[in-house]
Write a protein that binds this ligand. Structure first.
Ligand code: ADP
Ligand code: MG
Length: 343
């Protein structure tokens, strides 16, 4: 009989990685979110072979102090929350303190950083089953670079699930697009195998924002969309919804953000579907880029490790607000649409 024993840090991190690190795009999502949480204004992403060989993300955020570098790679270590109450209205994209530990257990990861108050940069990497950290000096501007090489090199079962380079890169690019739409103020570049794929410059004016939406959603979307801008009490909804005539055969142009976080939510999907119900043919999908802003204390993001799901405290109210706002916006451009019925 096998006796009970403690798993090594690497093994327990690898097990945890199963939840959040599915493929290269999940790494990019976690690293980009970290850069945004660090207050970065510019992020440069460099990937090779769909991200399987290399993902390098450099930001100009506040950086990490030398003494915290080893901690940044260890599990359940975060600078973003201190106590349970902080989760009530968490303002950062991350808070679980698991991403870097997970990613570093299934890849060759180095983290280089220079804190804004430091005159020198440092680099950390971990080794072995104990994931022992080594910290050494490294040239770096203020900010942080994460380099992730050979994803899943030590977890063959996971590696087997990776798809063709093109497919993996497609997923990864999609993550970058979502983040680009979630933060117009951030400059983001994406290179694949040395080729520049995207270079989003900070977009402040409406025109610049529309341009960014166009480079993500294609040249026809904005011309075939109505803008939405509704505020009722603590709820605000803005963005673009595609005309019924611009419907798609797939749900591939649907972006919904809750307080800057990309989410996929049944309730939200239902409200949108209802709003389009009378004007879309069966089997067609609307296109939209929508931003819902509400008091962070009224939405729980700690539902799933990837944080793609949320729970609204007053889901009925959110649903009705979305339905009514979208239905009204669509009715203005689709005059024969019926009056809102009970949702
Ligand atoms: P979480 O984001 O949930 O805190 P992570 O494992 O993603 O957990 O990151 C651990 C910690 O490392 C963060 O709390 C943050 O303090 C630090 N960190 C990670 N990436 C960056 C970055 N790009 N810039 C500054 N600090 C970072
Ligand atoms: Mg994080």
């Amino acid at each position: 009989m096998t006796r009970i024993h403690q798993l090594s840090p690497r093994l327990s991190n690898q097990i945890a990685a199963g939840e959040v690190v599915e493929r290269p795009s999940s790494v990019v999502k976690e690293l980009l979110e970290n850069s945004l949480d660090a207050g970065a204004k510019r992020v440069d992403i460099d990937v090779e072979q769909g991200g399987v060989k290399l993902i390098r993300i450099r930001d100009d955020g506040q950086g990490i102090v030398k003494d915290d570098l080893a901690l940044a790679l260890s599990r359940h270590a975060t600078s973003k929350i201190i106590e349970l109450d902080d989760l009530e209205a968490v303002g950062t994209l991350g808070f679980r303190g698991e991403a870097l530990a997970s990613i570093s257990s299934v890849s060759r990861l180095t983290l280089s950083s220079r804190h804004v108050e430091s005159d020198q940069g440092w680099q950390v990497s971990v080794e072995g089953q104990e994931m022992t950290a080594t910290v050494k000096p490294a040239a770096h501007n203020v900010g942080t670079t994460l380099e992730v090489r050979d994803l899943f090199f030590n977890t063959p079962a996971r590696r087997k699930f990776l798809r063709k380079e093109k497919t993996e890169f497609g997923h990864l690019e999609e993550v970058v697009k979502r983040i680009a739409l979630s933060r117009f103020d951030i400059g983001i570049s994406l290179k694949h195998n040395q080729r520049i794929i995207h270079n989003f410059r900070p977009a402040t004016t409406e025109q610049e924002q529309a341009r960014r939406v166009t480079s993500v959603c294609g040249p026809n979307f904005i011309q075939n969309a109505v803008t939405v801008n509704v505020e009722v009490g603590e709820l605000k909804l803005w963005g673009w919804v595609g005309l019924p005539t611009f419907s798609r055969s797939q749900a591939d142009l649907q972006y919904f953000f809750v307080n800057g976080r990309v989410i996929r939510d049944k309730l939200v999907a239902h409200a949108i579907r209802q709003a389009y119900r009378d004007v879309l043919y069966h089997g067609r999908h609307p296109a939209f880029v929508l931003y819902l802003e509400l008091d962070p204390a009224t939405v729980d993001v700690n539902v799933h490790p990837t944080k793609h799901e949320v729970r609204f405290r007053d889901s009925r109210m959110v649903h009705d607000f979305l339905f009514r706002s979208l239905h009204r916006a669509l009715a203005e451009v689709t005059p024969d649409m019926q009056k809102p019925t009970a949702s």
